[in-house]
Design a protein around this ligand. Sequence first.
Ligand SMILES: Nc1ncnc2c1ncn2[C@@H]1O[C@H](COP(=O)(O)OP(=O)(O)OP(=O)(O)O)[C@@H](O)[C@H]1O
Ligand SMILES: [Mg+2]
Length: 331
Amino acid sequence: MARGELMKKLLASYGRDEEFRAVAEQIIDEEEKKNNRVLARSLRKTLETGPSPSRPSGPKGLAPLIPFPDAAADFIERVEPTHARNDIVLGATNVRVLLGLIKEYRRADDIRRHGLKVRSKLLFCGPPGCGKTLCAEIFAAELGLPLFLVKLDRLISSYLGETAGNVRKIFEFARKQPCVLFFDEFDALARSREDSSEHNELRRVVNSLLLFIDNIRPKGFLIAATNLDRSLDPAIWRRFDEVVWFDKPSKSMIGRFLRLKFKNVSVAFDPLRHASALDGYSYAEIERVCIQAIKSMIVERRKQVLERDFNRALEDEVRRRAGQSRLAPPS
Ligand SMILES: Nc1ncnc2c1ncn2[C@@H]1O[C@H](COP(=O)(O)OP(=O)(O)OP(=O)(O)O)[C@@H](O)[C@H]1O
Ligand SMILES: [Mg+2]
């Protein structure tokens, strides 16, 4: 592979230890092949020895990794990004807000020097399957920060027991480690707050978690995601520096999404003709339709996705929805 490509891969893998190592080894192999033995040996030695402990933290903008507290492993998990910027369809407002946050993060020192606070606590709101988790992943990757997922339900129940110290460890960790700390299903916290009128201990726990969130100034970002709509408790709302909405796609966004999903296959019809029929569906539901249509093509050993593949997949999705509403409790 050309050296430039390898260098790009090396930089892109920053923060993902195994991938980083694999690319570094590829570079060393290339040098060996080119007979640059001294350089290859020296590079291999550096790779084996790892960074010198006396060396200050990595170059500006890249996040050094500190050891993850084992005790917190039940509640927090490192997520390797598998998606990139081109995999997400975002409206113009969200693109502007997110790019603004990235720029602010990169100029954090300058902003602080002016005595101003950098926005670091974000709330992602919106219905299921509209990109909250996907966006957190891509946002972290764009920033070159590792992503850590906090399993809030486990955290809340465990906190009631003996593991209060672990919560503190997570926050200590986020205070030191530049990262994106992602609280998925943050509604769990909001709901526990509501439902816990009879359960003083749980309420105390949830409130103290909220207090933690209040007080933490993460070294990267804290992102919480919730399905709850605009009726979310204002006490929770005001804790965040920025709220980003992930709505169901409009007709034009459905068009963009369909083009994205069919970009690697040959399609015998214009999928955009079906954009109206998909109105009201989430990205995840539309994606399922596209994937099923593509699978029909593969199963039937064709080279093109036909309109009937798409129609059948859409029928299945409609049936699935009808089934879901039958299962849902009456409101
Ligand atoms: N805006 C989007 N652009 C591209 N793909 C999307 C988008 N939103 C959702 N998807 C697709 O749907 C999948 C599920 O989306 P995601 O997990 O981000 O939804 P979510 O909003 O976090 O839902 P939940 O509230 O259920 O957690 C994604 O992995 C992706 O394949
Ligand atoms: Mg999610």
